[in-house]
Design a protein around this ligand. Structure first.
Ligand code: SF4
Length: 375
């Protein structure tokens, strides 16, 4: 099992909350695609000939690639990798880029899953976030994608923004559910440093986020999605049975993956490495054979802490029997002691061989995991 991630580092405009790596200058798009095709060739040995079970075009905005650019990347993938029959091939698309012709072209290349950056169906929120699309685009693109035959569809929604009331949040989720979309990723708005939103909050041009409202909207979301028959399979992800993201699920199971493009991360079970988050440096490094990337060898503590974080964030929970098999009985006992306070507080449920977050625990998943970390 192996996955391939391609980071397309361009966006039409900068969303005010975003801290991903991207550029709004499209000047070097051709050179970037060529460099990524070269990196695909150079790094094929990283996955040791494992067939690709999943391919994920993320970003940035992969739907900004024109058909020839997307075809160039697929040609390099086919030339240097084996794609498993039935592989999941996802492309992140922004609503304003989606037309029947584009979806048809992506399908012809092999894309069988779209992840659409909807974020909200309200015009005022979209303007406040500085999204490039309108509320009408947000709805039309879903109809277009379904009509073009993409039924494995995911959309992203953001909750907890200062403009979003609980009633507005209900309407956003209901709108998504009314389309019958089988997968939703929902994120709390966070004010990341070095973003325009951070500056707007610091200068009081924007209200700050409200932790209580965010917690309330997340709890409401979990109830609505449960009632609608979706599996809450990871803190931020909900799927109808059979529609979990196989790519992300493989990350969470510790399967190897290769990341191509600036800022992309790779993992092979022993090390993590990441490409430079700078388009010009990335292109120059790939072109002259001195790829700019950093590598971290994973220690035993790193690997245990990752297993704890991932286990707690996913619906499978912490597999205590496996942790004991991998790390010893003393580690299991340490974890059971460390979990006791969270169990008493109603944040964690303990079963004979696993521990799982409750809905309230989901609100504090990362904090609870950090309290369990070693070293
Ligand atoms: S489109 Fe996506 S990657 Fe680009 S700025 Fe907006 S949130 Fe960030």
């Amino acid at each position: 099992m192996a996955g391939l991630y391609l980071h397309i580092p361009f966006c039409r405009q900068a969303c005010h909350y975003c801290n991903f790596h991207f550029s709004t200058s499209l000047r070097y798009k051709d050179d970037m695609v060529e460099a990524m095709a070269v990196e695909l060739a150079q790094e094929a040995p990283y996955l040791q000939k494992e067939p690709l079970q999943t391919i994920y075009f993320g970003g940035g905005t992969p739907s900004l690639l024109d058909d020839a650019e997307a075809a160039r990347l697929f040609e390099a993938i086919h030339r240097h990798y084996t794609i498993s029959p039935g592989a999941e091939i996802t492309l992140e698309a922004n609503p304003d880029d989606i037309t029947v012709a584009r979806v048809t072209a992506w399908k012809a290349l092999g894309v069988n899953r779209l992840s659409i950056g909807t974020q909200s169906f309200f015009e005022d929120e979209l303007r406040w976030m500085n999204r490039a699309h309108t509320a009408a685009h947000a709805k039309d693109c879903i109809n277009l994608s379904l009509a073009a035959g993409i039924d494995n569809l995911s959309i992203d929604l953001i909750y907890g923004s200062p403009l979003l009331s609980d009633e507005g949040w209900r309407q956003n989720v209901e709108t998504a559910l009314a389309f019958g979309i089988p997968h939703l990723s929902c994120y709390a708005l966070t004010v990341e440093e070095k973003t325009p939103l951070h500056k707007h909050v610091a200068t009081k041009r924007s209200l700050p986020t409200d932790d209580e409202k965010q917690a309330r909207q997340f709890l409401l979301l979990m109830d609505w999605m449960q009632e609608a028959g979706y599996e809450h399979y990871e803190v931020s992800n909900f799927a109808k049975p059979g529609f979990r993201s196989r790519h992300n699920s493989a990350y969470w199971k510790g399967e190897p993956y290769l990341g191509i493009g600036p800022s992309a991360h790779s993992f092979n079970g022993r090390e993590r490495r990441w490409n430079v988050a700078n388009n010009a440096q990335y292109i120059a490094g790939i072109t002259d054979g001195t790829a700019a990337r950093e590598t971290e060898q994973l220690t035993a503590s790193n690997r245990l802490n990752e297993a704890l974080m991932i286990g707690l964030r996913t619906s499978e929970g912490l597999d205590l029997a496996k942790l004991e098999a991998d790390w010893g009985e003393a580690e299991r006992k340490r974890l059971e002691r460390a979990l006791r306070g969270f169990i008493e507080a109603g944040l964690v449920r303990l079963f004979p061989d696993h521990a799982q977050l409750t809905k309230e625990g989901m609100l504090r998943a990362d904090g609870i995991a950090a309290a369990l970390f070693v070293g």
